[in-house]
Design a protein around this ligand. Structure first.
Ligand SMILES: Nc1ncnc2c1ncn2[C@@H]1O[C@H](COP(=O)(O)OP(=O)(O)O)[C@@H](O)[C@H]1O
Ligand SMILES: [Mg+2]
Length: 269
């Protein structure tokens, strides 16, 4: 399972080259991508600037009202995914683009209405279309892998009540890796891995104790925190090899498999 961060942009081509190598060697590969950065661009083009909401605990998140969900889905399924599928197909793979709603792959439950500050005003937010993953049904992916296809998957997830929901792409990758009993979960982003100091690329934490992430979670910034937490959940659920690595390297997947980035290990250090 390889998750390529939306923050990578055109640098995703490097991960694609590795994905082609692995798939041609016979590995079953599933690619997950997000689209936050592209959604922000598209939203700006559409004149619907992205808004954030701030929970009483200070946590910031994307305010996904109906127009924002629409832009997010268009960005992920209309821009990011076809580029990845075309790139992989051009290199000789049989890549197939899917989202969490296809074949009921990922079902989510909507986050209940909650108090938050939006545009400087505190109110109860009732029109946010984001949620938490409830269930994963990997049947469709298994069928595709069996047929020699390379699935390229992303949010949204399916909500039995409300149609589509935005869910976090790192968590999406983590949950799929567990459901597929993957050997590897490699999360590629635009940083070398977990950094002790986000401003210092040399401050890489090379190993984290996968069962005791607490102190590391406290130290990580919002976007890295969800990666760490999601990856930790996959590790604790039995995915043996979990790595947060740099997608900007020449051969980022092979580098991650060879120990680059932040590797999850058993036991405390
Ligand atoms: N401790 C940390 N170590 C590394 N990155 C961090 C840390 N804290 C915050 N970050 C931020 O997390 C970002 C990666 O998350 P994100 O932007 O969501 O990328 P992606 O599109 O790959 O999910 C980095 O670019 C960095 O700005
Ligand atoms: Mg992210």
């Amino acid at each position: 399972m390889i998750k390529v961060g939306g923050s990578l942009g055109a640098e995703m081509a490097r991960a694609c080259a590795d994905i082609v190598r692995l798939a041609q060697q016979g590995a079953d590969v599933v690619v997950v991508h997000g689209g936050g950065a592209e959604a922000d661009r598209l939203a700006a083009e559409l004149g619907r600037p992205v808004r954030t909401m701030t929970a009483p605990n200070g946590r910031h998140s994307r305010y996904t009202d109906a127009p924002a969900l629409d832009a997010l889905v268009m960005a992920m399924l209309g821009r990011v995914k076809p580029k990845l599928v075309a790139e992989l197909t051009g290199a000789g793979l049989r890549a197939v683009g899917l989202s969490g709603i296809d074949g009921s792959l990922v079902t989510a439950r909507r986050t209940p209405p909650a108090r938050a500050v939006v545009d400087g005003v505190e109110r109860v937010v009732r029109d946010d279309f984001s949620g938490r993953i409830h269930e994963v049904d990997p049947a469709l992916l298994l069928t595709l892998l069996d047929g020699g296809f390379v699935p390229v998957v992303s949010p949204p997830a399916r909500d039995p009540a409300d149609g589509m929901l935005n869910v976090d792409a790192d968590r999406f990758a983590a949950r799929l890796s567990v459901a597929l009993a993957a050997d590897w979960l490699i999360i590629l982003s635009n940083v070398p891995g977990l950094l002790r100091d986000p401003a210092d690329p040399a401050s890489l934490v090379a190993e984290v104790p996968g069962e005791e992430l607490g102190p590391y979670l406290d130290g990580a910034g919002g976007r890295m925190k969800v990666k760490l937490r999601s990856a930790g959940e996959a590790f604790q659920a039995g995915v043996p090899h979990v790595v947060l690595a740099d997608g900007r390297l020449d051969s980022p997947v092979l580098a991650a498999r060879a120990g680059a980035g932040t590797t999850f290990v058993r036991g405390s250090r």
